[in-house]
Design a protein around this ligand. Structure first.
Ligand SMILES: Cc1cc2nc3c(=O)[nH]c(=O)nc-3n(C[C@H](O)[C@H](O)[C@H](O)COP(=O)(O)O)c2cc1C
Length: 203
């Protein structure tokens, strides 16, 4: 069984990105569970002065990432970039220096927007940051979902679903690729070496 943590870059109650992630379990391969993380809105603004004694909300995020076999991040686009709350979460989980929770983690990144371009500029921004965080970015078709509001619905059990077959197919394919990365341990094979190296830099 693989345990996947899903993080929405939006904290809006009616967020399309959150709704999208809530639809993912119906598209997941057998043996994969997906839980949407709640709480990036509880993180304080990142401040190095707080690093010595971090709030419980930060520890909860770090632990959720560390314990997950893989992570899915769905981001909206705010003014050509990712929302500040998501950047804040990426930063908190990248610390303390040399003990980042991200290193080697298999990650699927995607964006969604009611607009025509699907938030592609935010996705490019996000993937660049994730590369810098030394995650294992799961390769597949780049998923930037345009007009996301018209592709979501609910089924008879009030479960969120992706109503557009093409988008659903792309997500299904990508979740299978994530499952393969987890099963083959692709993402984590260099983690110890990376951790040793970054810790040596941290002194
Ligand atoms: C501050 C702000 C900036 C935005 N900038 C963009 C943008 O650059 N590109 C875009 O496609 N949508 C932009 N939008 C629209 C968002 O894509 C839209 O509000 C979306 O529903 C947010 O994601 P959510 O539904 O998951 O909360 C912006 C919205 C806000 C509030």
């Amino acid at each position: 069984m693989s345990r996947i943590l899903a993080i929405s870059g939006s904290i809006r109650a009616e967020s399309f990105n959150t709704a999208l992630l809530q639809a993912f379990p119906t598209l997941a391969p057998e043996g994969m569970s997906i839980e949407v993380f709640k709480g990036i809105d509880e993180l304080p603004h990142f401040n190095q002065d707080l690093e010595g004694d971090v709030p419980e909300s930060v520890e909860r995020l770090r632990q959720a990432i560390r314990e997950a076999d893989g992570v899915i991040i769905s981001t909206p686009e705010y003014n050509r970039s990712i929302p500040g709350v998501l950047k804040n979460a990426l930063d908190w989980a990248s610390r303390p220096y040399g003990q980042s929770s991200w290193v080697g983690k298999p990650v699927v990144a995607l964006s969604a927007s009611p607009g025509a371009q699907g938030g592609i500029r935010a996705l490019e921004e996000l993937t660049g940051q994730l590369r810098n965080l030394a995650v294992y970015l799961v390769q597949g078709p780049e998923i930037a979902i345009p007009e996301v509001h018209s592709r979501l619905g609910v089924d008879a059990e009030a479960q969120r679903v992706l109503t557009d077959p093409a988008t659903a197919g792309m997500v299904k394919f990508t979740l299978q690729a994530l499952q393969t990365a987890v099963e083959k341990n692709t993402g984590v094979q260099h983690v110890q070496a990376l951790r040793d190296w970054t810790q040596s830099l941290a002194g």
